[in-house]
Design a protein around this ligand. Structure first.
Ligand SMILES: Nc1ncnc2c1ncn2[C@@H]1O[C@H](COP(=O)(O)OP(=O)(O)OP(=O)(O)O)[C@@H](O)[C@H]1O
Ligand SMILES: [Mg+2]
Length: 425
């Protein structure tokens, strides 16, 4: 999807507060972005515990050149569009705040090569000032560098802890994501030396690599809900890690509860997968807590998992919430049975209806030939509904910019230009 600025009506609904207060917070945001980009490899480098440099590299899908200058703007996100999306978040990110927050308080560079492109683009932000994108040669994926965190906010910089403390917090953060996303390879370098490398693995293998002790595993799946419990008993120091819908989260009640069940000498990892509507992730500015709707029911389920009792269906007890929804764009009309005209916040788009469909089929099937033959909308009059459907389809594309053969899917004119041309500004 495109990167767009969330409208104020949605931004008002997002849990407000400080996003980044220490290097580990920045690491968390950058690793989340890499994972949202479907990276299979995430590399984190720290110097001076992250105080002088944090570099996060991934091999994910990258950022399109059209979008790259937008990603550091406040409220800029490709992950949600509307209020309704807040009820079913499937990505780590949704606020469009992280890169804005980090880049305003550091010397920041981001370079990225979108998977559809032959080269990358790099942007630089210093003291909140954005320098225009320049071309760079690089592999597909994204590399973000955050230097001198809080160099321009001395009061904040003063409150950072000692290097070794910041280093440990940042390393813990990477490990948490490594635990919950074992199919992704993670590497951490610190002060120029490799601290750890975890190759792709199963949940148990990954936990064993991180903690260096054997784990037992129990899993339970019921409808849309699945629970996975990993336990290493009789350890010197017990610990509880909670992951809900792949997010590392804090929840005192749940932790206490697990400690009671398994004793304080166990390392306990609970991975819970619930339908997105059952979990409110928009309750904490750093996304470190989530609210489980009907939490009591959830712990009841957990007890059943542990005791091996029969499970009833959680989805039944979690009522789905619907909210109002309004698109941010406007479908205007069709031109010459070939183009659909759409007005967005800043642009007038001429969408090639055939190419949109071709791209969609290509993304579904992976076949250019099928896409070519399957796309039927060329030269056809479309009804209002068909146009709306087409635009929705376009906006959901992985790559909404070019068709499988590399032709642009749309031509667009900045509205500003139209205003200027008629002397209205
Ligand atoms: N590593 C990356 N790979 C690909 N795209 C990225 C990457 N990092 C950022 N982006 C793009 O930049 C946008 C802005 O990132 P940012 O982290 O600021 O916001 P977000 O992830 O959408 O929401 P949140 O503030 O909750 O993290 C993302 O929505 C995404 O489109
Ligand atoms: Mg993010």
């Amino acid at each position: 999807m495109f990167v767009e600025i969330l409208p104020p009506s949605v931004r008002r609904l997002i849990a407000a507060g400080e996003v980044v207060e220490c290097p580990a917070d920045a690491v968390k945001e950058l690793v989340e972005n890499a994972l949202d980009a479907e990276a299979s490899r995430v590399e984190v480098e720290l110097f001076r515990g992250g105080k002088s440099l944090i570099r996060v590299s991934d091999d994910g899908k990258g950022i399109h050149p059209e979008d790259i200058e937008k990603v550091v703007l406040e409220g800029a996100t490709s992950k949600i569009r509307s209020e309704r999306d807040l009820n079913s978040i499937r990505s780590y990110g949704f606020r469009g705040e992280a890169l804005h927050a980090v880049s305003s308080v550091s010397r920041f560079t981001l370079k990225s090569r979108h998977f559809s492109q032959k080269e990358g683009r790099e942007i630089r932000v210093e003291g909140g000032k954005l320098f225009p994108a320049v071309k760079v040669g690089m592999r597909p994926g994204t590399v973000v560098e955050v230097r001198d965190l809080f160099y321009n906010v001395p009061a904040r910089r003063k409150f950072l802890s000692r290097e070794d403390v910041e280093r440990r917090k940042a390393a813990e953060t990477v490990k948490e994501f490594a635990l919950v996303r074992p199919s992704v390879a993670f590497r951490l370098y610190s002060e120029g030396r490799e601290s750890f490398y975890y190759p792709p693995a199963s949940f148990v293998e990954r936990a064993e690599a991180v903690f260096g002790v054997p784990f037992e595993e129990e899993t339970l799946e019921e409808g849309e809900v699945s629970l996975r419990l990993l336990i290493a008993r009789n350890q010197k120091r017990g610990k509880v890690h909670l992951f809900i819908n792949e997010r590392p989260v804090q929840n005192r009640n749940l932790k206490e509860y697990l400690r009671k069940l398994f004793g304080t000498k166990s390392v306990i990892l609970l991975f819970a997968q619930l339908p997105p509507y059952a979990v409110d992730v928009n309750v904490h500015p750093k996304k470190r807590e989530v609210k489980i709707r009907r939490e009591r029911k959830f712990t009841e389920l957990l007890r059943k998992l542990v005791k091996g009792e029969e499970l009833f269906s959680l989805p039944e007890v979690l009522a789905q919430r619907e909210a109002s929804y309004g698109p941010t764009y406007e479908v205007l009309s069709q031109l010459e049975d070939t183009f659909v005209l759409v007005k967005d916040a800043e642009f007038l788009y001429f969408l090639d209806q055939h190419l949109v469909e071709e791209r969609a089929i290509y993304e579904r099937t992976g076949s250019e030939e099928k896409a070519c033959r399957g796309a039927v909308k060329a030269g056809r009059k479309l009804s209002r509904e068909e146009m709306e459907e087409l635009v929705k389809l376009w906006r959901s594309l992985e790559n909404p910019h070019v068709c499988p053969h590399g032709r642009p899917i749309y031509w667009r004119i900045p509205l500003r230009e139209i205003y200027e041309k008629v002397g209205r500004r």
